[in-house]
Design a binder for this molecule. Structure first.
Ligand code: HEC
Ligand code: HEC
Ligand code: HEC
Length: 115
């Protein structure tokens, strides 16, 4: 095989690989997500706004993966209790912020769940 051809092929493969890796790391998910909320109604969630403020993805994603409908799937599989994310993440953080007098997210049922 021609040596130049070999080098070019190798470099191309490397560049394509790096691009794919960058695209993967850059998957921020949608700006807004409609979270399944059972009989109380779904919860419109401003994802991008939280990412801007919180920075550390794992504040939330340590409990569920960065995948579409992850919470609903885990609840269906019995791997996550209903209302656990709601109580231990959403409401907990909003109440802590409220207690400290900072701008905070909603803490009452109907300001999160929309029918
Ligand atoms: C305040 C909590 C919170 C933070 C912080 C957060 N996420 Fe999410 N993310 C969620 C929720 C809730 C969902 C929806 C899960 C579901 O639909 O069951 C989600 C879903 C996603 C999804 C899948 C979206 C889809 O529907 O296809 C991706 C990708 C994602 N997040 C990436 C990130 C990244 C990257 C960061 C950090 C820069 C981040 N998230 C920070 C709460 C958060
Ligand atoms: C900060 C937003 C927020 C508030 C406030 C809130 N919820 Fe939720 N709720 C959610 C989210 C997000 C989910 C889905 C994740 C989970 O099950 O933890 C959920 C899930 C639920 C579920 C389980 C649904 C299912 O079938 O899996 C019930 C029931 C529920 N909420 C009732 C309530 C009631 C009643 C209140 C008021 C006392 C309330 N919620 C307040 C965000 C909220
Ligand atoms: C670690 C802290 C934290 C967590 C966890 C968190 N939030 Fe928030 N949330 C905030 C802050 C801060 C605001 C912005 C308050 C403001 O600027 O008015 C906010 C605002 C909101 C708002 C109002 C957005 C608007 O348009 O004003 C909604 C709805 C909301 N959060 C839902 C949720 C839901 C649902 C979850 C759980 C999946 C969640 N939040 C988890 C900190 C958090």
């Amino acid at each position: 095989m021609n040596r130049n051809f070999f080098v070019i092929t190798l470099v191309t493969a490397l560049v394509v690989g790096l691009c794919l890796a960058a695209a993967h790391a850059a998957n921020q998910g949608p700006d807004r997500i409609d979270i399944f909320g059972g009989q109380s109604g779904n919860v419109p969630f401003p994802h991008a706004q939280h990412q801007d403020r919180i920075k550390e993805c794992n504040v939330c994603h340590s409990v569920f993966p960065q995948e579409t409908a992850a919470i609903e799937k885990m609840k269906e599989a019995g791997m996550l209790k209903p209302k656990k994310v709601m109580n231990l993440q959403c409401i907990k953080c909003h109440k802590e912020d409220r207690k400290m007098g900072k701008p905070h997210g909603p803490v009452t049922c109907k300001t999160c769940h929309v029918k």
